[in-house]
Design a binder for this molecule. Structure first.
Ligand SMILES: Cc1cc2nc3c(=O)[nH]c(=O)nc-3n(C[C@H](O)[C@H](O)[C@H](O)COP(=O)(O)OP(=O)(O)OC[C@H]3O[C@@H](n4cnc5c(N)ncnc54)[C@H](O)[C@@H]3O)c2cc1C
Length: 511
């Protein structure tokens, strides 16, 4: 069978690329290994009556892109539910922080609880909003070698005092928080959110992970009704609406190469040909396994996957979560940042470096049944506890199959400190540790971002020097996905950027 474009992998980025190309009138086929689309953006009924996401849940970055609008995904069943408050941080002494979509409301609340901190938040927001917007623009374009520098240095809207700004950008994000805020209870939720990208708060050159915090107020945090996977279901419907084909349970075994050009794929005994092949799986799967050995580029050896990332305990509860000091629904609507202080994040990272799962994990708790009644039976709850840091390769000869139950209990114990009694309401659970993520979702070594998100693997260096810009070393073979710029997370920017590159090449060949 012949197509214009074949995409390997139906993660959300592969689907986004395919949807743009199908919308432009090209004959597109997507081949997905699993029996459902979505990769790390999928949802399933795991406990009867409860729908669990199997990967990412908080839709933040994609809301900063034009993807949903341009592909008209609402026509294909996507409905976003807004979360407001965005973040809630409970502390054992009864204090708490709320970050609302509205900046003024956030600052007023902070100022009432911690004098001076509301003003500090406003100053931080105002100073860094233009920078955050420039970073967002850089996400939406192919990364050239000097792209970010150019976007920053020659952007008149930035109005940055570079003598003051540069040390912040180059600093570890944990230090940036200290320079703006005196109160540890205000710093902690900001630092814990910045830590979601992977690098620890002590790593130099990570300032931007905190400095783009103002974007949360721009795009908000949202949830597709029915679960995260409704995004990828809508994308698949969009592709099919435009005449494309989406094959599930169809693992690609090999990329076909002739005369230095990728010209199709082999799925079992079937061969499918195309003018362009888009590798939307992990870069090491596309370049390091699916290509015939003589075409595998040496750069794959330098791509750093790292040693695991986080783990998540999905719980089905027979009643809503009750925080000891915050009985209302507001807390349950937000992303709940259960982290005592920034020292807890650093200590967990130290455990991870020793090859041990975090002994006292900081948590992002999520109870989206508070805004979406399709996720659990009436009056019941889904509670998901995401913890960091969890190594894939464990020290002391331990294996995840042996320690999984113990580590799942540890996450629940940590949550019990702010919401006692939760354990008694658990009626079902699924623990997704790094080995589970590799086995089930193909996330190598459990890295939810595919490759480590350190500066040496970002922008024009992602997945490797010479492979950014979504073209590969072979004609006709393109890359997209979390392995490429701008990296992991539910965003679709890589998928959109890649589509533009493929479109340009197809149009050129056509003319
Ligand atoms: C537990 C968890 C929680 C997360 N939480 C969040 C969050 O709250 N917010 C957020 O923004 N991000 C979150 N993330 C990160 C985010 O979900 C991922 O970075 C992102 O979804 C990756 O998407 P992708 O399309 O680039 O790749 P993937 O989703 O990895 O898709 C790649 C696809 O390729 C398929 N494939 C692989 N090999 C083959 C083959 N040979 N043939 C055919 N198909 C193949 C795979 O099965 C998969 O479907 C989370 C991830 C996980 C796992």
């Amino acid at each position: 069978m012949d197509f214009d474009v074949i995409t390997i992998g139906a993660g959300h980025n592969g689907l986004v690329t395919s949807a743009y190309l199908a919308q432009a009138g090209y004959r597109v086929a997507v081949f997905e290994r699993r029996d459902i689309v979505g990769g790390a953006v999928s949802t399933r009924e795991i406990v009867p009556g409860y729908r669990f996401d199997l990967g990412g849940s908080a839709h933040i970055l994609i809301r900063l892109t034009p993807v949903v609008e341009e592909l008209q995904l609402e026509r294909f069943g996507l409905e976003y539910l807004e979360l407001d408050p965005l973040f809630f941080a409970p502390y054992a002494d009864g204090d708490s922080i709320f970050i609302w979509r509205d900046v003024d409301r956030t600052c007023d609340g902070l100022e009432r609880s911690f004098t001076g901190e509301g003003d500090a938040y406003r100053r931080f927001h105002e100073e860094w909003l233009p920078f955050a917007r420039a970073v967002k623009e850089a996400f939406l374009s192919s990364p050239g070698p000097l792209e970010l520098g150019r976007a920053m240095a020659f952007n008149p809207a930035l109005k940055l005092d570079w003598k003051r700004a540069l040390p912040m950008i180059l600093a570890p994000y944990g230090e940036v928080a200290e320079r703006y805020f005196n109160e540890e209870k205000v710093r902690t939720p900001l630092v814990w959110m910045a830590a979601q990208s992977g690098p620890p708060p002590t790593e130099p050159l990570t300032g931007p992970f905190l400095l783009w915090h103002p974007l949360y107020h721009e795009g908000g945090v949202a949830r597709p009704r029915g679960g995260s996977g409704m995004l990828t279901q809508a994308l698949a419907r969009c592709i099919e609406h435009h005449g494309g084909r989406v094959f599930t349970g169809a693992p690609v075994d090999e990329i076909l190469v002739r005369s230095g050009r990728a010209h199709g794929v082999r799925v079992g005994n079937e061969r499918y040909t195309a003018r362009a092949v888009v590798g939307a799986a992990h870069a090491l799967e596309t370049l390091g396994r699916l290509l015939p050995p003589e075409h595998r580029p040496p750069e794959t050896r330098a791509m750093r996957v790292g040693n695991g990332f986080g783990a998540i305990l999905r719980l089905a509860l027979n009643r809503p979560v009750r925080y000891a000091d915050h009985p209302g629904d507001e807390a349950r609507t937000a992303l709940q940042l259960v982290c005592r202080d920034t020292a807890q994040i650093r200590a967990s990272y130290a455990d991870y470096l020793r090859g041990e799962p975090a002994q006292d994990p900081p948590i992002v708790a999520m109870t989206f049944s508070a805004v979406d009644d399709s996720l659990a039976p009436p009056g019941h709850e889904v509670l998901w506890l995401w913890g960091q840091y969890y190594p894939y390769a464990l020290s002391g000869g331990n294996s995840w199959d042996d320690i999984a139950e113990r580590e799942a209990d540890r996450l629940l114990d940590a949550f019990e400190r702010v919401a006692p009694g939760t354990r008694d309401s658990v009626v079902g659970r699924l623990f997704q540790h790094p080995l589970w993520l590799e086995r089930e979702l193909g996330l190598l070594r459990g890295n939810v971002m595919h490759l480590e998100m350190s500066l040496d693997q970002m922008f024009a260096l992602r997945p490797a020097a010479g492979f950014a810009g979504y073209r590969s070393h072979l004609r006709g073979l393109y890359l997209t996905g979390a392995s490429t710029h701008p990296g992991g997370g539910i965003m679709g920017a890589s998928g959109r950027n890649a589509a533009r590159v493929v479109l340009k090449d197809l149009e050129r060949r056509r003319s």
